[in-house]
Design a protein around this ligand. Structure first.
Ligand SMILES: Nc1nc2c(ncn2[C@@H]2O[C@H](COP(=O)(O)OP(=O)(O)OP(=O)(O)O)[C@@H](O)[C@H]2O)c(=O)[nH]1
Ligand SMILES: Nc1nc2c(ncn2[C@@H]2O[C@H](COP(=O)(O)OP(=O)(O)OP(=O)(O)O)[C@@H](O)[C@H]2O)c(=O)[nH]1
Ligand SMILES: [Ca+2]
Ligand SMILES: [Ca+2]
Length: 627
């Protein structure tokens, strides 16, 4: 909250200047004071809400000062409207409030009945019933009303406190006094708060959950009597909302409604602000979109804290414990968010990752999906961490769930790339079996039917490297965007590995790879693995100048690996791809002076393979029976 700027207005002689002097000087000045006081700025003191600085602006009601009044009203964020007798009271509804509306200023108004010590002004209960309530009912912009006496210094500090509170803790966004109800935006924010604090997701706040909430929002635990008292008052209004299971959502909303009705809406604001809501009841932008930069050649990944959060979330929402999130469970999980991320919808979630037989995303798939999202658009992950209630005691909030990988510079230098999530483009002739390979990667059964891929399509899964380390691999086939993506430097920089595929049973398949490499020479700067698909079918000669083995051998590259998606040994291809992405120098042309690197079994095979047949043979022998 920046500052409170109070514009004091009202008919002449009502005591505007006297109220301000009474506050500043603590005395009632009977000597002639200037009709309009210079503006006063007060620093925050003990008890100032939200530690705001307050500026008080005196005005004049005289017609020739109107332009100044108008300017000041537009600059203010609260109006203190003063009257002091019957005539100036009538003018409140007849002139002043309609005038503010006509100027389009939409700020709270604190209505002040000054000169309260004068007997002719009546008793407080009369003033409240006959003057204040009727005008409050008519004008919803009136935040509060108060009686003051500048002469007796009565309620002077209080009237300014009300003005400050009207700015720092406005009632208008929360409560509709005409409807006697919390406003819809406040209701949905509070529902989200309820949802996030219902840790065990049973639909109730048990005593422990209530206490945690209390400590989070008010930084002190509830007293012994508080809990039963709160429950009793809720039960009185709506029986059944605070029963043996605890307090349900309805009970929580009711409690907040009671706060609003009792003028304790400050409490609601404390709750909502703790949960990062702004005055307009949206989540703070810096909370949803914290600063997080990924430098060139680096990537974003989930940190251990981030993975832990998504694991916990999955387990919490897998209510039926079947190891998958069904539609209902997913809807519940995403309830505190605007819904499933739009990029997930575009990629036909959850078909791009691991699902169980029922078609529901598994924990493995869930983590793979978030690994891919974080890699491709870390901003989305950060946004959803905020929506889903990721909490961190460290500074930095949701960014603690992410990390930036070490910049990957020269790829053809031997060594490991410090990443756990890798992107691999699968490039090859249409019909060569790329989609089938992606499906096999997700352990989907092999399908005979052929559906050409038009939109780019990804598959993400975890892969266990030799030695037991786990990483995530994103395989992407580019569909008709292949040319556009291969021309895009940034896209290629982001990619960790190319997987060239061809159909070894189709004589016209390998030519596509030859063409691609001719057309986009900079593909040479990327590590690559050559793969001959459909090894279950008869191999034919390729109609090209060089056969695939000769081609790769001329490049000093490993010979193509022959695999079939109909064999379960295909999983070894994925390990090989992940290994090649981790140690990219192994997927570049071998340099003569480089000592032979025995790290990779398949490359070792490739190096000795003068005849592809032997490779096929070994792959067959390694594989279990064709399925
Ligand atoms: N009895 C009584 N008189 C007051 C009170 N407050 C202000 N007055 C008197 O009312 C008269 C007008 O007070 P101002 O403070 O000048 O009123 P104002 O609203 O600033 O008037 P303009 O500057 O003309 O717009 C002065 O004679 C004050 O002494 C009060 O609480 N009680
Ligand atoms: N026998 C056999 N058939 C396969 C194998 N892999 C894919 N196929 C079949 O080959 C056809 C084409 O496979 P896709 O995976 O759609 O080929 P694609 O490369 O994605 O094709 P585009 O999307 O057009 O670029 C389909 O009918 C598959 O069933 C395999 O390993 N063995
Ligand atoms: Ca609960
Ligand atoms: Ca395809």
């Amino acid at each position: 909250m920046a500052a409170v700027r109070i514009c004091v207005c009202g008919d002449d002689g009502v005591g505007k200047s006297a109220i301000i002097t009474s506050l500043v000087k603590d005395v009632f000045i009977t000597v002639k004071i200037p009709p309009v006081l210079p503006q006063v700025t007060l620093p925050p003191t003990l008890g100032t809400p939200d530690n705001v600085t307050t500026t008080i602006v005196d005005t004049s009601a005289l017609p020739h000062e109107r332009h100044i009044l108008r300017k000041e009203l537009r600059k203010s964020n609260v109006i203190l409207l003063v009257y002091s007798d019957h005539y100036s009271y009538e003018r409140v509804a007849l002139f002043w409030l309609p005038y503010f509306r006509s100027l389009g200023v939409n700020v709270p108004v604190v209505l002040c009945a000054n000169k309260s010590e004068l007997a002719s002004n009546g008793t407080t209960s009369q003033v409240v019933a006959e003057e204040m309530l009727p005008v409050m009912n008519e004008f919803k912009e009136i935040d509060s009303c108060i009686r003051t006496s500048a002469k007796e210094h009565h309620n002077i500090n209080e009237v300014f406190f009300l003005c400050q509170k009207a700015v720092t803790h406005p009632i208008a966004p929360l409560y509709d006094s005409k409807e006697n109800a919390l406003k819809p935006a406040a209701v949905s924010a509070l529902q989200r708060v309820f949802h996030l604090c219902d840790k065990d997701k049973d639909g109730y706040w048990n005593d422990e959950e209530i206490n945690d909430f209390q400590i989070k929002c008010f930084e002190k635990p509830l007293g012994d009597d508080d809990l039963p008292n709160i429950k009793r008052s809720i039960e009185r209004f709506v029986p059944g909302c605070a029963g043996e299971h605890g307090m349900d959502e309805k009970g929580f909303l009711l409690l907040n409604k009671i706060f609003a009705e009792k003028g304790r809406h400050e409490t609601i604001w404390i709750i909502l602000r703790k949960f990062h809501y702004t005055d307009s009841l949206s989540l703070r932008d810096t909370f949803l979109h914290p600063k997080f930069d990924v430098p060139q050649y680096s990537s974003a990944e989930l940190s251990p804290a981030g993975y832990r959060f998504f694991v916990d979330l999955f387990i919490k929402f897998d209510k039926d414990n079947d190891g998958g999130l069904n539609d209902k469970e997913l809807t519940n999980l995403f309830a505190p968010t605007p819904g499933i991320p739009s990029s997930w919808i575009d990629s036909a979630f959850p078909s791009c990752t691991v699902r169980n037989e029922a078609g529901n995303i598994t924990l493995q798939g869930w983590l793979a999906q978030w690994s891919m999202t974080t890699f491709e658009e870390p901003k989305t992950t950060l946004e959803y961490l905020a929506y889903l209630g990721f909490e961190s005691t460290d500074r930095g909030g949701t960014t603690n769930a992410l990390k930036v990988t070490k910049a990957r510079k020269r790829r053809n230098r031997p060594g490991r790339v410090e990443r756990n999530v890798f992107l691999c483009y699968v490039l090859g002739a249409s019909g060569s079996g790329k989609s089938a390979m992606l499906s096999a990667f997700l352990q989907r059964p092999f399908l005979q039917t052929y559906h050409p891929t038009i939109k780019p399509r990804s598959a993400v899964n975890s892969v266990e490297l030799k030695g037991g380390k786990q990483c995530y691999l994103i395989l992407e086939e580019l569909g008709e965007l292949e040319p556009a993506i291969l021309e895009n430097r940034a896209k290629l920089d982001a990619c960790d590995l190319l997987c060239y595929t061809y159909d070894s049973s189709d004589p016209d398949s390998f030519a596509h790879i030859v063409e691609l490499r001719k057309k986009y020479p900079h593909l040479d700067h990327l590590p690559a693995v050559y793969t001959a698909l459909k090894a279950d079918q008869d191999k034919t000669m390729q109609r090209c100048e060089l056969q695939p083995d000769e081609f790769t051998s001329a490049l000093n590259m490993a010979a193509p690996l022959h695999v079939s998606t109909t064999w379960s040994s295909i999983s070894e291809l994925f390990v090989h791809l992940a290994e090649s992405a981790t140690y990219p120098s192994t997927a570049f042309p071998k340099q003569d002076e480089e000592p032979y690197d025995n790290m990779n079994l398949y490359l070792a095979l490739g190096a000795v393979a003068c005849a592809a047949v032997s490779v096929v043979f070994i792959w067959k022998r390694n594989s279990s029976a064709p399925s």
